[in-house]
Structures are given as structure tokens and as C-alpha cells.
Design a protein around this ligand. Structure first.
Ligand SMILES: [Zn+2]
Length: 499
């Protein structure tokens, strides 16, 4: 092999040794020493220069270490070595079945993700676990979706509260899911499958998850005008079911609540002081992605006054980008304002027509940076992507590098160590993962090697699949799954079950 300029660059040693590892005998995970790393261990404490040894899928030593005979050595050249990122809210459920190497996930440093958020989960979850076992690059755990339970029991008849008998039937299914290793119950109360449920129904089911040591994770009923009351509902469910609560993708979702993140957090802080174990996660964007119907929380989708109110609340029809549209594929990539112009009608009429013809997936530019910043500066708010393989929102590919590149390096909102904590030990604690989320002897060797001076997201709303920069190598259970800007094809991921 001739010496090229590339070989002389800073990462030469990393590249060379990792290539050797990849060519090693399949199924074996040789002992590796990663030297001269800036170890950011996930606890939030200051990064330190050190070495990390891994073997048999675990971290076997941390400190100032000398290479052992025959050991592979990677010179990290001062790059940051952190625990692998844990994404508590991820939609890669079906993507993992067709793309187990999960390029857009591992490329941003994700080593563990959780499927089944927003009330929708694979069912039965044991079948899903069996399908992905041995075929995935990263670790996967799951939640049981409340909407999924409702669909199982109530079939198409979801626009009403469940009866006592139906709640009992759902509880039985949830019990089975928890015994199969799920980490808790997720709800998606803004979506059709969950919207008509009562708080009492959710409390009854959350009690089942609580009995098995699970948590209640919720996409709340309303993230706009009614967001503060929705937070109060989540707190009530947590208290009455005696279950830890995770508020999914916390946000101030339209102009009616902009600037109220402080109020929202004060409500949660008070519950925390009263002893409720409640935390939240947030993705690092000011635009959400959902179904077009969330714009009209009253659900009067053919009432022009209500629709106008919803469009006004987000700040106008130009703030709504249509990403998928069954009835009108020609609207995809256009704003609601542009779609109305194409149809030679008003945005209100265009909305009513789109909903009648099967609805649409939309991105709503409905948040302010100030609110996102205040959530990110809150210690109990963790990072999640709410994305996944093949999604239409750039968060699916860019979330974790975006936080490290923009929020840490450029905006200086939080320290690097705090950002890493929000991506690692904080979600691990919420999920009860005792052997992941920090760099310590005995922990699983899920690791990310990245350059804090270059890491950045590149995915955009126009091109949401562009891979991020600055992640040099990703280890899952001691095996390299990402390096040199490519997946290695290795599939060391495990199915994680609640213990
Ligand atoms: Zn959601």
C-alpha cells in the first residue's frame, strides 16, 4: 500500500488499526486499547486524558494504561471518547428490519435505541425482538404502545373511552409485553388511537407497567395551547400509578405558548420536589414533524374557523411543510400556502380537502430557539431524536451531532460534558440500564470516538438523509460498526430487556 497524503493525516493511526480489527476473525472481539483519548465518561464530570481497554464486549480498564502483548492499539490523538448515545425515543422499528446496519443511526453515535414511542409499538413485542435478534448493528429495547393496545382490543372503534372490560383486556396484553422485556408504556395522546382515552384509563394501565418496574413515556395530549394542562395530566398519571414519567419531545409547539417553557418547567420542578421521578427529552430543532391534523386540536377538521385558528397559531400556512400526502402527492415538498396556490384556493380550504383525502405528514415550524435553549439547559432534559431510519425530518440523521456542534461548540449553551451526560447516563438512568451509559470498568463497550472541533449535523429539511460529520468510530458491545464514514457491516447489537 503506497503512502498517500491521507495516511499522514491526524487519524492515520485510528484508520489503520480499525481496518485491521475489521479484518479479524468474524465472531471474535479482540482486546483493544484506545490510547490518548479525551475521556468524557458520561457522568458530567470534566473530560480527562486517558486510555480505555475493551475486551469481550466490555470496558476492562480505564486510566493510564500500557499496551499488553498482542493487543490492538488505537491512538485517539486527543479525540473525545464518550459512551455510546442512547436514544429513548426512536422510530427505527420497521427500518431496522430492512437495514440492520442502521447507517444514519450509528453515524451519529447512537449505540442503543428504543422503539415503540408515541403509543405505537411492534406487537407482539416478543416477535419483533426475535426478528431483529442478531441482525442489528446497535442495541434495541422497546416500549409497549397504548395506542397499539387500544387497536388490539378495540379494533377500529377508537374514538371513545375504553370500557372497564376493555381496559382489563389491555392490561393483560401489557402484562405480557412487560414480561417479554418491555421498558414501560408509551402513549400518543395527540393521535387518533389515544386521543379519546381518559386519564383514568391511562392510570390503570400505567399501574401495570409500574408493577414490572417500567416507566410511563408520553407524547402528551396537547403540545400547544393546552401544553401546561397536558403536563399536569402526565404528573397525575405518575402520582396515581406510582410510576416514573418521561415527557417525550417536550416543546412549546405554537405561538400561543412561545416563551412559556419556564412555566412548563416550574410545574415539573414542583412535581420533582414532591418526589415524582419525572424527566423529559427534547430534539434539537425548532420544527416538529407529525400529522397535519395536529394543527387543529379541537379536531373540527372541516370547520373553516377552527382550521383558520390552527393555521394562525403556528404563524401562517407558510410554516407548514407537507412531507407526505396520500391524496395529493404533488404537494409533497410544498408548504400549505404553496399547496393552496397550486389548487387555486385558500390554505383553509386546502387543509380541509387534504384531510378529507387521507391527510398528510407535515413539518411545522412552530417553536422558538429560546424555548429549545431553556429545555436544553435544564439538567433533567435529555437528548432524543424522535427520528429513525428513512424519516422525513433531519432529526433522524442529525440529532446528536447537531447538539454537540451547534448547541455546545457554536452557541455554548451547555458544556460538552453536560451534553454527553444528556445523551448517555441520563437516559440510561431513566431506563434502568445499569451496564451502559458511562465509561467505567465492567460496563458494556458501547463507545463513540468523535472530534469535538468538527462534529456537526448536515441533514436538512430538503435533504434529511445527509450523514453528519465528525464521528470517527462507533463501537457497539466492543465491535466497530461505523468508521471512515461508512458502516462496517458488523451486527453486534443486542435486544435489551428490562431486568
Ligand atoms: Zn411523538
Amino acid at each position: 500500500m503506497s503512502l498517500t497524503i491521507d495516511r499522514l493525516l491526524r487519524f492515520a493511526a485510528v484508520t489503520l488499526v480499525l481496518s485491521l480489527l475489521i479484518q479479524s476473525v468474524p465472531g471474535q472481539t479482540p482486546a483493544v486499547l484506545i490510547r490518548n483519548a479525551t475521556v468524557v465518561d458520561g457522568t458530567g464530570k470534566a473530560g480527562f486524558r486517558g486510555d480505555v481497554r475493551i475486551g469481550k464486549g466490555k470496558i476492562t480498564a480505564v486510566g493510564n494504561l500500557k499496551p499488553s502483548r498482542g493487543e490492538e492499539v488505537i491512538d485517539a490523538n486527543g479525540l473525545v471518547l464518550s459512551p455510546g448515545f442512547i436514544d429513548i425515543h426512536n422510530h427505527s422499528e420497521s427500518g431496522l428490519l430492512s437495514e440492520g446496519t442502521a447507517a444514519n443511526q450509528v453515524s451519529q453515535g447512537i449505540t442503543t435505541l428504543f422503539v415503540g414511542p408515541d403509543g405505537g409499538s411492534p406487537w407482539p413485542i416478543a416477535d419483533y425482538f426475535a426478528k431483529v435478534q442478531g441482525k442489528i448493528a446497535l442495541n434495541v429495547g422497546g416500549f409497549i404502545g397504548h395506542g397499539t393496545l387500544r387497536s388490539q382490543v378495540m379494533k377500529e372503534n377508537l374514538a371513545r373511552p375504553a370500557t372497564e372490560a376493555e381496559i382489563a383486556a389491555m392490561a393483560e396484553l401489557l402484562e405480557r409485553g412487560m414480561l417479554d422485556g418491555a421498558f414501560g408504556l408509551s402513549s400518543g395522546l395527540e393521535y387518533d388511537a389515544g386521543f379519546s382515552s381518559t386519564t383514568e384509563e391511562l392510570i390503570a394501565l400505567a399501574k401495570v407497567a409500574a408493577r414490572h418496574g417500567g416507566s410511563y413515556m408520553t407524547h402528551m395530549r396537547d403540545e400547544e395551547e393546552g401544553v401546561l394542562n397536558s403536563i399536569r395530566e402526565a404528573i397525575r398519571i405518575g402520582r396515581e400509578a406510582k410510576i416514573p414519567v418521561q415527557i417525550s419531545h417536550i416543546k412549546m409547539g405554537n405561538s400561543s405558548v412561545w416563551g412559556k417553557s419556564g412555566e412548563a418547567m416550574a410545574i415539573i420542578e414542583e412535581a420533582r420536589r414532591d418526589g415524582l421521578d419525572i424527566t423529559a427529552d427534547a430534539y434539537p430543532y425548532t420544527a416538529w414533524a407529525s400529522t397535519i391534523t395536529v394543527l387543529v386540536p379541537s379536531r373540527k377538521h372541516d370547520d373553516p374557523a377552527e382550521v383558520q385558528k390552527g393555521i394562525n397559531a403556528i404563524g401562517g400556512a407558510d410554516k407548514v411543510l407537507i412531507t407526505s400526502c396520500r391524496g395529493y402527492p404533488q404537494y409533497e415538498g410544498k408548504t400549505l400556502a404553496e399547496a393552496a396556490a397550486i389548487a387555486n384556493t385558500s390554505p383553509v380550504e386546502a387543509y380541509i380537502d387534504i384531510v378529507k383525502k387521507g391527510g398528510a405528514g407535515v413539518v411545522g415550524f412552530g417553536m422558538t430557539e429560546a424555548d429549545v435553549k431553556s429545555f436544553y439547559q435544564t439538567p433533567w432534559v435529555m437528548v432524543s431524536s424522535d427520528g429513525g431510519i428513512g424519516g422525513r425530518h433531519p432529526r433522524g440523521t442529525g440529532t446528536f451531532p447537531r447538539v454537540l456542534g451547534r448547541f455546545v461548540r457554536e452557541n455554548k449553551w451547555i458544556s460538552l460534558e453536560e451534553a454527553v451526560r444528556k445523551m448517555t447516563s441520563l437516559p440510561a438512568r431513566r431506563l434502568g440500564l445499569k451496564d451502559r451509559g458511562t465509561i467505567r470498568k465492567g460496563m458494556k463497550a458501547d463507545l463513540v470516538l468523535f472530534d469535538p472541533s468538527t462534529i456537526i449535523d448536515r441533514a436538512t429539511f430538503a435533504e434529511p438523509q445527509i450523514i453528519s460529520d465528525g464521528v470517527n468510530a462507533v463501537f457497539v458491545n466492543g465491535v466497530v460498526v461505523w468508521e471512515n464514514g461508512k458502516v462496517t457491516g458488523k451486527l453486534p447489537g443486542e435486544v435489551l430487556k428490562r431486568k
